[in-house]
Design a protein around this ligand. Structure first.
Ligand code: SDX
Length: 425
């Protein structure tokens, strides 16, 4: 077994190494404090592995992303979102019988308990759909409190994937004051979501196969991504023994931040701002380089990718084709491409290895498909749900899982006596 050597306070300590199946090396420090009295410090965990996982592999330097060993490029081209969801959660691609049963169970669990509609009524129309999504998912714990027995866990996983599209569509309908459209059992997963989003009682709504197929691919591209902020949140909350619904609700909340999943909405808001400012994209590239400006190029940069985010490549390629076939001419796409071109020629971005990430072009596609901007991050959450579930399940089923409880280095006041209020200045 290879080891790392640490020299501290005149003593030498050996630390075991963990080497992954793709050759990644981790220094195992789980006994560090007990043997050396010291801990490590790594704000933002940029150098810290929280677990060993067999679900997703990213090579940030080379721009590689694989789910259970399959490249996302091949999965996006040849698979479906439900098949990828099964792959992530179960670890293997399903047989036809397994996929048919998975799809059937999801279809017949897509309704919400009628009493849950009261929760939506309590929100103002202006409520952000991510707040609604997080709240309603958390409330599932009240309707399905059993979450220990493996059979209950398995059924709750089905309920979550089946109901998230209904919750998302109901949140949208509530925000625009239209009646809810109920799930239909004759439509595909993505087709049913689009129907619930855009159908109205008085008219027949035909799902556009191009939109249905494009959304299915976008959901695949968002399905998992190692130990990102929201996935780590799901694992952290789940490690306390809280329900799967509570852990996923927390993941939705973490994803909503503009530095994470909320970036896809922030990108479109940024592109709109640039468009209204005479499409002066060079001005905004310069602003992004100036720390004082408080402006960031949203959709650019990544903690792990120091090359093109492979998802951004796939989405950018799809954007041209899908917008043309939908007959959509979106000036924001041209601005996005110009921003990318200028940024990637600029030393500031080159030195920091800042490239477009998954959020840079995804909003352009969502817009073209008629999905409103404030629903973009909900789309991200729908795609990421199978990944969150797979990661939660891996943590939940690991007998070595301990409650997540990081340490700290205290830098506050040393011990001091209480001062009565009369004696304080
Ligand atoms: C997602 O982790 C995941 O896997 C996430 C995700 C997933 O699938 O789960 O991939 C999804 O969240 C994608 C990222 C979406 N967020 C954005 O697009 C927001 C804009 N990007 C950044 O805020 C930033 O790049 C992060 C948050 C993505 C990464 O932050 P880091 O790793 O903490 O990097 P940093 O902020 O320390 O930046 C390093 C340097 C800094 O400059 P210096 O201090 O070295 O001079 O790069 C600069 C930053 O100022 N920088 C940017 C920038 N991103 C980083 N400068 C201008 N514009 C940017 N977008």
């Amino acid at each position: 077994m290879q080891k790392a050597t640490l020299s501290l306070n005149g003593q030498t300590h050996e630390l075991p190494l963990v080497v992954g199946t793709e050759g990644e090396v981790g220094i195992d420090i789980r006994k560090l404090r007990a043997t050396t009295g010291a801990i490590t410090l790594d704000p933002g965990y940029g150098n810290t592995g929280s677990c060993e996982s067999a679900i997703t592999f990213i090579n940030g330097e080379e721009g590689i992303l694989r789910y259970r060993g399959y490249g996302i490029e091949e999965l996006t081209e040849k698979s479906s979102f439900l098949e990828v969801a099964y792959l992530l959660i179960e670890g293997e691609l399903p047989t036809k019988a397994q996929l048919d049963r998975f799809r059937h169970r999801l279809t017949y669990h897509s309704l919400l308990h009628e009493d849950m509609k009261k929760f939506f009524e309590g929100f103002p129309p202006s409520a952000h759909p991510m707040s609604v999504l997080s709240t309603i998912i958390a409330s599932l714990s009240a309707y399905y409190p059993e979450n220990n027995d493996p059979a209950d866990v398995e059924l709750n996983i089905i309920r979550l994937i089946a109901k998230i599209k209904t919750i998302a569509a109901f949140a949208y309908k509530k925000s625009i004051g239209q009646p809810y459209i109920y799930p239909r059992n004759d439509l595909s997963y993505t087709g049913d979501f689009l129907h619930m989003m855009f159908a109205v009682p008085s008219e027949t709504y035909e799902v556009d196969p191009l939109v249905e197929n494009t959304l299915d691919k976008l959901l695949i591209l968002h399905a998992d991504h190692e130990q990102n902020c929201s996935t780590s949140t799901v694992r952290m909350v789940g490690s306390s023994g809280a329900s799967l619904f509570a852990a996923i609700s927390a993941g939705v909340s973490a994803l909503s931040g503009p530095l994470h999943g909320g970036a896809n909405q922030a990108v479109i808001n940024m592109l709109e701002r640039i468009r209204q400012d005479g499409a002066n994209y060079r001005k905004y590239v310069e602003m992004a380089k100036d720390k004082e400006s408080g402006f960031r190029l949203m959709g650019f940069g990544h903690r792990v990718y120091k090359n093109f985010d492979p998802r951004a490549r796939v989405i950018k390629a799809a954007a041209d084709q899908v917008l043309e076939r939908l007959g959509v001419d979106d000036p924001l796409l041209d601005i996005a491409k110009q921003l990318e071109r200028v940024a990637l020629e600029d030393d500031y971005f080159i030195e920091r290895k800042l490239y477009p990430n998954v959020d840079f072009y995804s909003g352009i596609l969502y817009r073209a498909m008629g999905i409103p901007t404030n629903m973009f991050t909900v789309m991200f959450a729908m795609g990421r749900l199978p990944g969150w579930i797979a990661q939660w399940k891996e943590m939940h089923n690991d007998p070595n899982t301990r409650i997540y409880r990081p340490r700290q280095i205290y830098v506050g006041p040393n011990a001091r006596p209480y001062v009565p209020i009369e004696a304080r200045e």
